[in-house]
Design a binder for this molecule. Sequence first.
Ligand code: FRU
Length: 611
Amino acid sequence: MKLKFLPPAMMLLGAQLLPLNIAAADGIEVNHLGVNNTIVRITGDGKYLLLPVQESIDDARIAVLVDGKPAKNLNVRLAKTKVDYMVPFDLTPYKGHDILMNIVTTQSRSNVREIKEDACWKNIALADTFDTTNTEQYRPVYHHTPLYGWMNDPNGMVYKDGVWHLCYQWNPYGSKWQNLSWGQSTSRDLIHWDRSSKAVLEPDGLGMIFSGSAAIDKTGSAGFGKDAVVAMYTSADVSQIQSLASSKDGGYSYDVYAGNPVLTLDSEARDPNMFWDDNAGHWVLTLAHALEHEMLIFTSPDMKEWTLQSSFGKGLGAQDGVWECPDLFELTVDGTGEKKWVLICNINPGGPFGGSATQYFTGKFDGKVFTPDTDANGNVPTKWMDFGKDHYATVSFSDAPDNRRTVIGWMSNWQYAAEVPTMQYRSANTLPRDVSLFKGEDGLTYMSSAPSPELSALRDKRTVNVKNVSTGNKGREYMLPATNDGVCEILIDIDSKKADSVEIKLSNNANEYVSMIYNASAGTLSFDRRESGIVDFSQDFPAVTTAPTFEKSGKVSLRIFVDKSSIEVFGNGGKFVMTNLVFPTAPYSQLSVKAVGGNARIDNLEIFSIK
Ligand code: FRU
């Protein structure tokens, strides 16, 4: 840009006269216009503009202009006093064009001289690569995480042509919630994920891209072609409206539908989840009527014209938070031919252990109306899908093979998700789980979540194999595998016999531990992470969570997955699950099993290192 008016303060730089408030460095021209406004012009070459981030700073608003026309808006916590990490702005789509950023910050400064000292202007750079090599000690080894940046809910989950597509709420410009886009990873085995460094859907004129679903349109009813993968998501700005995007390449990329929005309401509604109902012969959409604490059910012949059929949930189940991220599907009750529908209603806050959690209802669905099961007293029971603190926004893959219903959740909690001790990325997903229904001893129908069968392939060496040993007050101790920083899978079957309780403890040399207590007479398993390692980043993090074991025999069978910063406990074949984050300063290296008030028996203990 040619400066038309030269400001009065000038300095001599080489032979050139530049105004005091312009710095020209390595292909980037930075022009401070005032205490809160800077223009950055790209004059050099590079695939990326690397933007320095300081997490404690408020967002700067960046309007990107290409050839003078508005192209994109982003919000980035541009560094003031120190750089926590860099994020890449991809310049390749604009190669050969004039790129300019109009940046407004909210920092308090008394004059333009001060803004020049900000760390972001000293470190902003052009580069041809952006290094995503892991830098985080707590990054999981076998759970999905984004390459970098913030992640929350899983989105647009669909299985197509042998590939599991997992999109997710993603901020490509920082590790806190902002600039919500859909990131995408794909997998053939639910373990190894190809993580795209590009968003598949990015904020547009209708707003940020909030959560939603995807499904295969087998007949081409929506006009995007037979077998097109179609996504429906919430466009979120001042209001929340529902939009479509379709894929021509089987779900790897999406084109936003020009006729958006396809559904608008006069109140907050989000997270559309749709499926084709074969019996009814129409599309069914469940939509979270968040602040009303209910789910709305719509139908459509073509995904574009939606008719409201019913609503479900007002006054039912947990009501102490907003209702979000629904899912509706049919399952068979194990061991019977009976079929029932499940309506998942994620809720935040208001979970059993504070903050976010996933509740569900079982019942009937006639294509338009969901009618919940009731207990013996005619009440609608509240049921939870997971009894840990870090299981949220869980929904299922559409079109999974072999009649499977496979779910994945966000492994965090809105109470502290933005404060957990990682920076390069924030949040992982839960392990994939295959859900089914079972009848509890109380006669009610519950949903079980078993680790997806693919996960057995994670096992490497069996490092411990113990059968039928008794344990008492002194307890028994076993080493956890040291390979791969202690990540492992533990199988343990316990018969509590005469004992009041049995404690299973994972500990390290720094006196950090997780204690799980099985109380056979109460029929519960509790998980105590108060001394698990770093816990002080939020007062809501140190906690004890408790699950019902759905078993009266005095026996419990656990499958425990330990990764670098999480422990998932699947009990009695998935009848109960507990997902909890942990941040030990050194890997847990020991497992002890101790009985209180009498002897118990370890029927089986196997520990596997992870490949
Ligand atoms: C749930 C949620 C959704 C929303 C998304 C925004 O965690 O609040 O309701 O679509 O996150 O990121």
